[in-house]
Ligand binder design. Sequence first.
Ligand code: ATP
Length: 356
Amino acid sequence: MSLWVDKFRPKTLDDLHYHQSLSARLKSLAASADFPHMLFYGPSGAGKKTRISCTLRQLFGSGVEKLKIDQRVFISPSKRKLEINIVQSNFHIEITPSEAGNYDRVVIQDLLKEIAQTQQVDLNAKHRFKVVVINEADSLSRDAQAALRRTMEKYMSNMRIILCANSTSRLIAPIKSRCLLMRVAAPNPEEMQMVLEHVAKKLKFDLPEEASQQIAEDCGGNMRKALLVFEALKMQSPDLSGSLKIAKPDWETYCHKVADLIVQEQSPARILEVRAKLYELMTHCIPPTIILKTVAERVVERVDEAMKADIMHWAAFYETRMRLGNKKIYHLEAWVVKVMSLYKHFMYNFDMADFE
Ligand SMILES: Nc1ncnc2c1ncn2[C@@H]1O[C@H](COP(=O)(O)OP(=O)(O)OP(=O)(O)O)[C@@H](O)[C@H]1O
């Protein structure tokens, strides 16, 4: 039995519930003779992957849904074997190069070259090119991006690239300029409610307005999260009435605790306590950038208006450092210390103002 997020995932551009003008644009692009390379970007759960697969279906028909998963072996320059999972149909291939870590360049280079040099075998295919979908494109290394750029220039006739990313900021300019940019914004609460109501209708039950409102508000534009929460709530309380308790995942609650520790006390002892908790989160494989973001957002909720911008500024600053550096914990901790010092300063000035 599949989850609602999968079961009710729209299959065609016409099935998509929101951003209709974007869907119309994709439809006309799919029909045009020169389909471009594309970059889909937007926040998590906004519907990028769904939209990409609907576009593929529009391009090639239902054949794109016949997927096989292969494991491919690549050899790194240091002769290490890299095993990468590849999802493909006769018309497209999907990869997540970040699985190859530092060797993503090898994967990009070898795979794209191979695809670019093979002709479409299916003579009935609607288009001569194959599409390569690259997930998490914003985590590609510089080297891999450079390799990608060269391939995009060289092999346009047999291949189109569709990149999927959260933001465009970490992609090099020459790649961005070779792609048509497609921003998939987060759906607003009304749009999310529409999707939830559609699911309820399909399953033939009533969804009270208050419940759908609450879910949409709580999930902040993340459609995947909203559908997961919706399904969980329906299991808990089948009539979806009364006040619904939307449970947060454990790690999120844990990040909130860390934020509360930072706001409650600023001292060396507290820094050590926070450090232990950050390590704990990291050993549970929560990505450090997500930890930083979640803790920062919670801290910002708890502090005076005057401090919010500074705290987020430093979160962005240390996030960049973290991406460049190896020891993630240093940068997380540097941010914690920075926030504690900002907080102390602010409180001190505040107390002084009281005396004046
Ligand atoms: N336009 C839409 N109409 C209805 N449901 C949608 C739409 N877009 C997405 N969904 C639902 O939201 C879920 C999440 O979408 P999707 O996986 O495409 O998000 P994403 O932006 O690729 O997320 P991430 O960046 O986290 O991978 C899908 O499983 C689908 O059920």
